[in-house]
Design a protein around this ligand. Sequence first.
Ligand code: GMT
Length: 424
Amino acid sequence: MRNSAKQKTSMQNFTETAVLFSGNNHLLTNHNFKHVYIRHMEPIKVGIICYPTYGGSGVVATELGKALAKKGHQVHFITYQEPVRLDAFHENIFYHEVSSLDYPLFQYTPYESALASKIVDVVKFEKLDLLHVHYAIPHASSALMAKSILREQKINIPFITTLHGTDITLVGRDPSYSPVVAYSINHSDGITSVSESLKRDTQQHFNISKHIEVIPNFIDFSRFRKTNKEHFKTAIAPQGEKILIHVSNFRKVKRVEDVVKMFHEVQKQIPSKLLLVGDGPERMSIELLCRQLGNCDHVRFLGKQDAVEDLLAISDLFLLPSETESFGLAALEAMACEVPVITSNAGGLPEIQLQGETGFMSNVGDVQDMAKNAVFILSDEARLKQFKQNAFAHAKKFSLENVLPMYENYYGLVLNASVGEFVI
Ligand code: GMT
């Protein structure tokens, strides 16, 4: 289908069938998705480039790929390791490993070049229609390089860059990366960002000339839903204590120390346990903090867990006090499992939270306010139940069924636009 008049025909086969959202939808007002259409799209071959590990961008990329494959598209993951969430065989999913040759001269193996070369190879051999890169660094510049190489061979391959967060707000802004990040974003055929907040940050920090489409993170409710794990709850909280939970990769930006301090305050008033899920550079200093505060008996470090939904199923409150958070997928996953959330008001968090309904937001670092709000929610059973229901109802708006058509629709627009650009 790629690069030919045939592609034109296939793209003309989009038909608008339904308006997805109505005017009073919170998602709509926050994200301005006024005119989202479900289109019937002929199957395409898409290459997905992402980080394969536990980060949010890799999770979104993998879940999106799986959902596209279920809808009949052919999905090719191109990365250095099999994505962790790629847990089952699917006839429409392919995995292409990027292996970069090491050499004594290299202090660092040039992954960016190896990735670009692999993309060239896969696009040509598999006849891909589109590339979708997740997290700008270095995926967008590798895709751009691959596109230029292929162009010389008279092959047109459009690529979409999805901005996820720290590729813009932290790492991407650093002068050691920013010129390349700005250039590769500006030369993408399509750009999406996971929140309005991240879109604004991108426009503020980089000189971006192109439109940025906001498409939020999503939830697969067949996986993230409350299930009965009472036996598990009894093991962790034998006296019926409340269970608070934090899930992250324990980097500084997550402010896990605030989680522990907040829990320390809550525990003074409400018998409770804290589950810390994930691992990362801050883990050791967090363990030390627990010892200093003398609450090690009530804090469980669980490390990386695949079945996070089982832990969410027994939790009463989710804590995410991040310094910056472009969207906060972990909080949304908690809400899907009927867990209210206490978060900072950083970045895109106000776009997924309803203050005083699904939980509470406080200024970054305001541990006392966060603890006060946590106690407010946990201290009254009827109130807690209401917050749980609200969290679930609000999370429903970000279902896979609602968000997948936004990506498909955007793929269609980018493919249509690129047909005129270069046809052999
Ligand atoms: O920075 C991270 O924590 C990981 C990062 C990623 O790209 O792997 O997560 C970001 O992307 C997620 C998926 O779009 C968002 O839900 C997270 O909010 C975002 N993290 C930050 O902005 C800190």
